[in-house]
Design a protein around this ligand. Structure first.
Ligand code: 5AD
Ligand code: SF4
Ligand code: FES
Length: 330
């Protein structure tokens, strides 16, 4: 639909914003409808062996209270979420090797007994691990490419390998997962050209889901003095993603709401069709501090479910009652 140069021009031209937001909203409505899918998010471990320079969970951050939620407690949260009506659960953590293949498979099998779609977001693993998780019943996997700018990727991810991340995305597709990826917007030294390449990358790999959020500097990371990403630019990258990938799932991300009190609703009106409310209790929420000022850290699962449902209804949209598999026909 748009060429690379056209995407770059649109990103550079603020007078295009409203046109792009409403075009994305129209394309969203025509292709995936008005129903919003709620995915219940369980952030089950904030322990991470990686050191992404932007992230508060990075291994070298010692100013954080680390936790792991074990199987039984994960199941309690899962059951409660299913009782509230969630049709998809997302298990997310840092890169925590405590959750071995076998431990993950046990958790997956128990959750799948609850008759929900299940998404994992636990980072880079081997093909064999991904296969074991799929066999155990996992439906979807989220792993953001973060940025397709190799130079920038290298600077931000010490001891990580861009090609291994690509390998993960490819393996997940091969294994038949619905694959979610995405990027950060407003990273230091990130260019409009590289954001255009990110959008084209989502198309190229035929992503089923794309999550986009503004970069928010965390005080206990090497990027503490960097500039905060722009909410509007993140919204625009998201809207352009909807225009290029009309039938995928796109979440209104928590990071957007952190920068703008109405961020998720604005996202839902600019191309998004998914929200991922937290379904764990307050004791863990503030500890999963990827970036500062995260929303909902003093809330509980019921409060968030009611809150977001009311907001969605207030803009004339409905809550989906199905599992919300991707419409992506490739
Ligand atoms: N600001 C915004 N998003 C961040 N993430 C990590 N650190 C930050 C930050 N400082 C995002 C990454 C990761 C996801 C779980 O959180 O994109 O994939
Ligand atoms: Fe770990 Fe993910 Fe944070 Fe990187 S972004 S430090 S892999 S939790
Ligand atoms: Fe958590 Fe609104 S979604 S309080």
């Amino acid at each position: 639909m748009f060429t690379r140069q056209e995407i770059i021009n649109i990103l550079n031209n603020e007078s295009e914003n409203e046109r792009i937001f409403s075009l994305a909203d129209k394309i969203r409505r025509e292709n995936v409808g008005d129903a919003v899918h709620l995915r219940g998010l369980i952030e089950f471990s904030n322990i991470c062996k990686s050191n992404c320079k932007y992230c508060g969970l990075r291994n070298q951050n010692t100013n954080i209270d680390r936790y792991r939620i074990l199987k039984d407690e994960i199941l309690d949260y899962a059951k409660h979420a299913v009782d509230m009506g969630y049709k998809t659960l997302v298990l997310q953590s840092g890169e925590d090797s405590y959750y071995s293949t076998d431990r993950m498979v046990e958790i997956i099998k128990e959750i799948k007994k609850l008759d929900v779609a299940l998404t994992l977001s636990i980072g880079e693993r081997s093909f064999e691990d991904y296969r074991a998780f799929k066999t155990a019943g996992v439906d979807r996997y989220l792993i953001r490419i973060e940025t397709t700018d190799r130079e920038l990727y290298k600077k931000l991810h010490p001891n990580m390998d861009y090609d291994n991340r690509l390998r993960c995305l490819k393996d997940l597709k091969t294994l038949g997962y619905e694959v979610g990826t995405g990027c950060l917007v407003g990273l230091p030294d990130q260019t409009m050209e590289s954001l255009a390449d990110d959008i084209l990358f989502f198309k190229e790999i035929n992503a089923d889901m794309v999550g986009i959020g503004p970069f928010i500097p965390h005080p206990d990371t090497p990027l503490k003095d960097a500039q905060t990403g722009s909410f509007t630019l993140a919204l625009k990258v998201m809207a352009l993603t909807r225009i290029l990938l009309p039938d995928i799932n796109i979440p209104a991300t928590t990071a957007m709401e952190t920068l703008n009190p109405n961020g998720r609703i604005l996202a839902l009106q600019s191309g998004a069709n998914v929200v991922m409310p937290n379904v764990t209790t307050t004791e863990y929420r503030s500890k999963y501090e990827i970036y500062p000022n995260k929303i909902c850290i003093n809330e509980n699962p019921d409060k968030c479910h009611n809150c977001i449902s009311a907001k969605i209804n207030s803009i004339g949209r409905t809550i989906a009652t199905n599992y919300g598999f991707s419409h992506n026909k490739g």
